[in-house]
Design a protein around this ligand. Structure first.
Ligand code: FES
Length: 123
């Protein structure tokens, strides 16, 4: 998992960075990856589903990739806020600010992640 991986451009013109093989990720075990200098927590949720969120908890800047996966959430190991891996929203305090969600593509069992987070819907 290196920032020096080749990049691939998709039809939506976002740049995705090759991060790892799907087989490098165990289902339900978070992993830290660096994507063009951006640290993300990668979580494989199922056979072909991988999610990526910003690695730092929005409450106190600890690494979410050291947390635990529960369903479709990633729990911060320090104070227990759970972040939805699809939306980035925390389920409850102490964190109140969502984490950024990064687009992921899985192509031929290779995982590509965009260093540019998804835009959040206007609230
Ligand atoms: S540091 Fe993550 S919930 Fe407090």
């Amino acid at each position: 998992m290196s920032a020096e991986s080749p990049t691939q451009t998709h039809p939506d013109e976002s740049v995705f960075v090759e991060v790892c093989s799907l087989d490098d990720l165990a289902v339900g075990t978070p992993a830290l990856a660096e994507v063009a200098g951006v640290r993300v927590a990668l979580v494989r949720l199922g056979p072909d589903e991988v999610r990526a969120v910003a690695d730092l908890c929005t409450h106190a800047n600890v690494s979410l990739s050291e947390g635990e996966v529960d369903g479709c959430t990633l729990e911060c190991w320090l104070h227990g806020s759970r972040f939805d891996l699809r939306t980035g929203e925390p389920s409850g305090p102490p964190a109140t600010v969502p984490v950024a969600v990064h687009p992921v593509r899985v192509v031929d069992r290779t995982v590509f992640v965009s260093p540019v987070p998804e835009e959040r819907p206007a609230s």
